[in-house]
Design a protein around this ligand. Sequence first.
Ligand SMILES: [Zn+2]
Length: 146
Amino acid sequence: MSDTDALVEFLADRHVSCPNCGYDLHGLRNARCPECDLQLALRVNLVDPRLGAWIVAVVGLSCGVGFEVLLLAYFGWMKLVSGFAPSAVAMVPLVVGFMVQGSALLALLRGRGWFRRRAGWARAAVASACWVITLASALVFFGLVG
Ligand SMILES: [Zn+2]
């Protein structure tokens, strides 16, 4: 049985809405929505995708990376406009923080499946570590600048 046959058979006796446009797909004959013409597929999904801690971790690292990118862009702009250059002492934690948090964020985004398969305590520990890294990075920056 092809994937299209399985989809057609599944929808033969079910009223399921198109995930894009909401059209009732009951009695569909092929794998395209007749209303919006998008390709459809029958899939197996997890009931609980276990993404809560992953989202908390991604948001934590994204806050840190965003903070560093904004400050680096601001310092770059100030250098262009007024010639003002912050001290290297202030720049080092920003650049190091950006590299560490940026790498961790990319690993987290690519490793969603790996993250999902960890035990609950491990997912919570990674999510907490992401926020600790972000807060520590900000504290180091403000400690050195302020
Ligand atoms: Zn549709």
